[in-house]
Design a protein around this ligand. Structure first.
Ligand code: NAP
Length: 248
């Protein structure tokens, strides 16, 4: 079965609690709505509350389970904030079966020779360190699930470096590495599978910022790449770990 053509049953994620970062916009918002439409209770994690509230309303209007909203700024959060996140999610939801690390920062598009330390550090913080800290903090909750899925978000420039992509490309190489390390650590000792998705060119704010001259109408929509997200989040991917899948 090709994961890009995966057709998920409507009840795929019934009874599952799934956290999505960057859930207020772009791919993350689409993934949150899609997981909810397949039965999940979704925790919307992000920094811009009105955007999260909009996704919350869309999910409720569509008849999905009541979501949770967890505001956090990934560039400012420290280790204790993630421990607090664990405690709060455990208290409110009592379980966690999926974690989609989707939030990401593009940063500067400029040669390394001109790349500023400030932009470098911010991109690495949001795209790698925050994922490390959140995963570490939430692992005990995920370990209680009979079948949990962690998905990291990679990129084409996380596999082949390209000029001017700077820290963004390096951060995506790093996330592939983190995903593989964690996958192998958890393999055989837990029910958690760990994989990466490379969304491919997708019609979002980030894509429009990176390619301002491109006509967005020519770019794949977030909805069109959801089969791979559902495949990795649902039971069809049980036993699959340490992989990096292209969503298109
Ligand atoms: P997007 O529409 O710009 O969404 C990015 C999300 O990340 C937004 O919800 C944003 O929140 C959140 N975010 C950014 N910085 C944050 C921070 N410091 N704290 C908390 N949240 C933060 O971009 P997208 O295209 O959907 O990107 C989703 C993922 O796919 C990213 O990891 C990106 O690298 C990856 N990706 C995208 C493409 C593509 O073509 N679109 C291709 C390859 C990989 P706000 O809305 O509040 O800013």
């Amino acid at each position: 079965m090709n994961h890009m053509q995966y057709q998920a049953p409507d009840n795929l994620l019934d009874g599952r609690v799934i956290a999505v970062t960057g859930a207020g916009d772009g791919i993350g918002a689409e993934a949150a709505r899609t997981f909810a439409a397949h039965g999940a209770t979704v925790i919307l994690i992000g920094r811009t509350v009105p955007k999260l509230e909009e996704v919350y309303d869309q999910i409720e209007k569509a008849g999905g389970a009541q979501p949770g909203i967890y505001p956090i700024s990934l560039d400012g959060a420290v280790e204790k904030d993630y421990r607090d996140m664990h405690d709060r999610l455990e208290e409110v939801f009592g379980q966690l079966d999926g974690l989609l690390h989707n939030a990401g920062k593009l940063g500067q598009r400029t040669p390394i020779a001109n790349y500023t330390l400030a932009s470098w550090q911010k991109v690495m913080q949001v795209n790698v360190t925050a994922e490390f800290l959140m995963t570490k903090a939430l692992l005990p909750l995920l370990e209680k699930s009979d079948s949990a899925s962690i998905i990291f978000t990679s990129s084409g420039v996380g596999k082949v470096g390209k000029p001017y992509w700077g820290a963004y490309a390096v951060s995506k190489f790093a996330i592939e590495g983190l995903s593989q390390v964690l996958a192998h650590e958890l393999e055989g000792t837990s029910n958690i599978r760990v994989n990466c998705i490379n969304p491919g060119a997708t019609r979002t704010r980030m894509r429009a910022t990176a390619f301002p001259a491109e006509d967005p109408a020519t770019v794949t929509t977030p909805a069109a790449i959801m089969p791979t997200y559902l495949y990795l989040m649902g039971s069809a991917s049980e036993g699959i770990t340490g992989q990096s899948l292209d969503a298109q």
